[in-house]
Design a protein around this ligand. Structure first.
Ligand SMILES: [Fe+2]
Length: 508
């Protein structure tokens, strides 16, 4: 772990020619995350020598300074310190900046060898009675499939409390696998610590990704592609035991690189499921649905017992109104009708189902129905209100009411709602079927809503992001879609808004 020491107000002398060097030293940008009322994680990576590139294991151990201020020009610095890093941490720097005030915007930057990093802006969590929160919500940002214009749009609006990333922040594949618009580095599927570090390093050089990290704190969890496709506790669909090392060592490598490179606060035992509180208005419980799950298609748990206990505690917390759940895979039951083969195959590739139309999606909560039943019963039996699942993973946009019994809905009452965000770039139906947007998918969406009456809206073609407004009276989710995922300057437009009125567990 990093060591910290007091930093006695050094004067930073910036030579006139230093701008390029600073860009080079801090070429991976800055980031913040996991805001609490009194602290926030700060992140950067330093490249002290030209050979100290990600995954190299080269370069010296160095000390990096940091400053946190109330203003963007650092007149009112409230926190100063330093951290040491080196090859053992891939030259990443993580600081838990403490002693901050609740619900405040702060600015931060790092310094090394007379160079200053770009300035990041962050915000601590509020306490007490809170009238409004606004989150950006994203998932599935495959570098190879397009540009991260969604990130830039969220950065430029400037009005978010935090960005929630629901997983598949990066993908493990080699060039040309699952997208050939931009090539992954290293030029192979990543399986080792050095390779995962290099892949994180590549993503962190994307300017639009850097822009969104610098704009707000992120609250992230991982899904499967941060390790390998369709991961479970003992392996993954996209892992060959032996030829690609052991799953235990591969997962450990992926987890370590993730810990180094992401502005996330790990819990004891390397847990990443965790709960953040935003006063009495909302909690956000981020789930890890890959590390503890039984293999897809076998009996067993999705969450594991400890995480299930954690989630039950989150949902039963009567001190908080909105129980938001950052949920990497879809919670609501979904029946898929027989579809035209090309469309059925495309949908199946996103959900792991048979292209002929089947009832069970093994990789989602559908494949772990005992866990889902336990949570639905918990919500029903205790009269829990205002639970909203925020979901990623399947690259498409959906709005569900979660019934006690989908078979008798709408006679059966509902216990929660689920709002699913599309991919930032990763393939969805029109990409996979190679058909123009809003052609073959439209009939499918209608068929899905006919068969699943608790499904209120679905859109299977578009990429983009969502903005979640949380107020005492309602939660509002607004989906914004990109015109073209392969344009860095793609416009984005509001496509759909739905409202969940407080106390109703319903979609309006
Ligand atoms: Fe994904």
């Amino acid at each position: 772990m990093l060591r910290f020491s007091a930093f006695a107000g050094a004067a930073f002398v910036i030579a006139p020619s230093a701008a390029d060097a600073a860009r080079s030293v801090f070429r991976h940008g800055v980031a913040s995350g996991d805001p609490l009322p009194d602290r926030v994680m700060l992140w950067t990576r330093v490249t002290p020598t030209s050979d100290a590139v990600p995954g190299s294991g080269r370069g010296p151990s160095v000390t990096v300074g940091y400053e946190v201020a109330e203003d963007a020009v650092f007149k009112r610095v409230v926190r100063r310190g330093s951290a040491t890093t080196g090859p053992a941490h891939d030259h990443t720097v993580k600081v838990d900046a403490t002693g901050l005030r609740a619900g405040r915007t702060y600015f931060y930057r790092f310094t090394f060898d007379g160079h200053r990093s770009p300035v990041g802006r962050t915000k601590t969590a509020p306490t007490g009675s809170v009238s409004q929160l606004r989150f950006g919500v994203v998932s599935c940002s495959n570098y190879q499939a397009g540009h991260f214009a969604a990130y830039q749009h969220l950065a430029e609006r400037g009005d978010l409390d935090a960005v929630v990333h629901l997983g598949d922040y990066l993908y493990e594949y080699g060039p040309g696998e699952y997208g050939a618009f931009r090539a992954h580095q290293p030029a192979r599927e990543v399986t080792t610590l050095a390779e995962y570090r290099m892949r994180h390093g590549q993503y962190k050089t994307d300017p639009q990704l850097q822009q969104l990290h610098a704009a707000y704190p992120w609250i992230i969890t991982w899904d499967d592609h941060e390790t390998a496709n369709d991961a479970w506790s003992g392996g993954a669909e996209n892992h060959t035991e032996g030829a690609e090392g052991t799953w235990v060592s591969r997962r450990a490598a992926a987890l370590r690189a993730y810990h180094e490179w992401m502005p996330i606060r790990f819990g004891a035992g390397d847990t990443i499921y965790r709960r953040l509180r935003f006063g009495s208005l909302a909690s956000l419980s981020m789930l890890d649905l890959r590390s503890y799950r039984a293999k897809q298609g076998t009996p067993g748990s999705l969450t594991g017992p400890d995480q299930m206990a954690f989630l039950r505690e989150s949902l039963l917390d009567s001190d908080v109104q909105w129980k938001l759940v950052g949920n990497p895979v879809m919670f609501s039951p979904l029946l898929v009708p027989p579809l035209p083969l090309a469309v059925g195959t495309a949908l199946a590739s996103l959900t792991g189902q048979s292209p002929d139309g089947v009832v069970l999606n093994n990789d989602q909560w559908d494949g772990y129905s005992a866990d889902r039943r336990a949570l639905i019963s918990l919500l029903a039996d205790n009269g829990v209100r205002d639970t909203v699942f925020l979901t990623g993973d399947i690259h498409t946009s959906w709005a569900f009411e979660v019934p006690v019994d989908a078979g008798t809905y709408p006679l059966s009452r509902t216990v929660a709602t689920e709002l699913v965000v599309p991919s930032v770039t990763s393939d969805n139906i029109d990409d996979l079927t190679r058909t123009p947007p809003r052609t073959s998918s439209v009939a499918v969406e209608t068929a899905l809503m006919g068969l699943n009456r608790h499904l209120k809206w679905a859109e299977l073609d578009s990429h983009g992001y969502a903005v979640l407004d949380v107020r005492p009276a309602e939660v509002r989710m607004s989906w914004y879609f990109l015109a073209d995922r392969q344009r860095a300057d793609s416009p984005a437009a509001l496509a759909k808004s739905v409202v969940v009125p407080a106390g109703t567990q319903s979609i309006r």
